[in-house]
Design a protein around this ligand. Structure first.
Ligand code: MG
Length: 391
């Protein structure tokens, strides 16, 4: 069994929306195909994945370094010991040949996309949904095919009445079956953000159903001012308060703010997560961790992070991967995490789930489609077809 071709394309994200720092109108995502020599129904079994949302495509890195290394590897270098499945971790190790440690950045997302495609491929070879393959690999058996999800949105739009648009957006999510929501803060003055939170709460109901995300924007003084103002709302969590690597800022806010803090989506390696666990003052009884396999070398590295989180005394239920897409839905179900983010209305063609995924009471279910089932997502299917037909 071997890989015959690997392809990638950069797919633009749709929609002109912004968080406190980034406008996504020029963002792209790398969609990849890993083609095997196993033929079923006249077509090669192919793994598809992408590198999550928010970090641009990495086609140059893939084309110049990681795809050539995979294609040059001996077939057995990327197979498991029994040689009956590909080994995503070994594929990641092959891609990391001649790479120095540290400085993770875009490299971690490029390798993440390709590593995840091997999981999709393995699940398809077994003709089962990816969460089953993931659970088996982790020595678990999922109780069911669903997990808790929350609707992430509430961005800063470039036109219209901001509060009315926010309310209308959350009403749409509620009609789709979501009961918990997340919105952006830090892109407007504090008083305006508080008015936006009030507007969101008219849909979310209780503060426990609403999280806020500052996208790493705040310095310590601003973070503490927001923490003081947010306290009476008793929100679900306060996310990515300062720079993702400023663990001491996080520690100081955690001392002043008794509500939940969420962070980790912009940490791309196990050593970074270990430092977060050591130095950021996280509280095992409440805080939330949002690392994302597609941005951090793939699921093998993510599973090492889960082990580190548990070894530090936190429950895996505190893990809610960032990204809002189908791949992380399978990962959350397969690993028994606390849930995951969902982007039901934004970041197409990648955000959210196919219509056939059951959604209700704040839970989302994976379908029985083999692999991650990305082909079932109507918005994504034409791009997958482009990759499939490029050979
Ligand atoms: Mg976030």
């Amino acid at each position: 069994m071997r890989i015959t071709a690997i392809r990638s394309i950069a797919v633009p994200l749709q929609g002109a929306i912004s968080n406190s720092l980034v406008n996504f109108s020029e963002h792209t995502v790398s969609l990849v195909a890993v083609v095997s020599d196993v033929i079923r129904d006249g077509r090669p079994v192919t793994g598809y994945a992408f590198n999550s949302i928010g970090r641009y495509a990495q086609d140059g890195l893939m084309r110049e370094r990681f795809i050539p290394r995979l294609l040059a590897a001996a077939p057995e270098d990327i197979l498991n010991d029994a040689k009956d499945a590909f080994c995503p971790g070994r594929a990641a190790a092959v891609m990391m040949r001649n790479e120095k440690p540290g400085g993770h950045g875009d490299r971690a997302a490029a390798i993440g996309a390709l590593e995840l495609a091997f999981w999709d491929l393995n699940a398809k070879l077994l003709d089962e949904p990816a969460y089953c393959t993931i659970a088996r690999q982790a020595g678990r058996s999922p109780e069911n095919a669903s997990t808790a999800v929350y609707a992430a949105g509430g961005y800063y739009y470039d036109s219209g009445d901001a509060r009315a648009r926010l309310k209308a957006e959350f009403e749409q999510y509620r009609a789709q079956g979501f009961v918990k929501f997340k919105m952006k803060i830090g892109g407007a003055p504090l008083a305006e953000d508080l008015a936006r939170i009030d507007a969101a709460l008219t849909v979310a109901g209780d503060g426990a159903n609403l999280a806020v995300d500052a996208n790493g924007r705040f310095d310590l003084a601003t973070a503490l001012a927001y923490a003081r103002a947010l306290k009476p709302y008793r929100l679900r969590w306060f996310e990515e308060i300062g720079d993702p690597l400023d663990y001491d800022l996080n520690r100081q806010v955690a001392q002043a703010y008794e509500g939940r803090i969420a962070t980790g989506e912009n940490l791309f390696s196990l050593p970074d997560v270990n430092n977060l666990l050591r130095f950021a003052g996280l509280r095992a009884d409440r805080d939330i961790l949002q690392m994302d396999a597609g941005l951090s070398y793939g699921l093998t590295e993510y599973m090492r992070m889960v082990n580190a989180v548990e070894a530090a005394g936190h429950s895996r239920r505190c893990l809610h991967p960032h990204g809002g897409h189908l791949i992380n839905l399978h990962i959350a179900i397969g690993l028994g995490l606390g849930g995951c983010e969902a982007y039901p209305g934004v970041f197409q063609p990648f955000g959210g789930y196919p219509e056939v995924c059951k959604l209700g009471d704040g839970m989302a279910s994976a379908t029985s489609a083999p692999g991650f089932g990305l082909e079932q997502k109507r918005e994504l299917a034409p791009f997958i077809a482009t990759l499939a037909n490029a050979g």
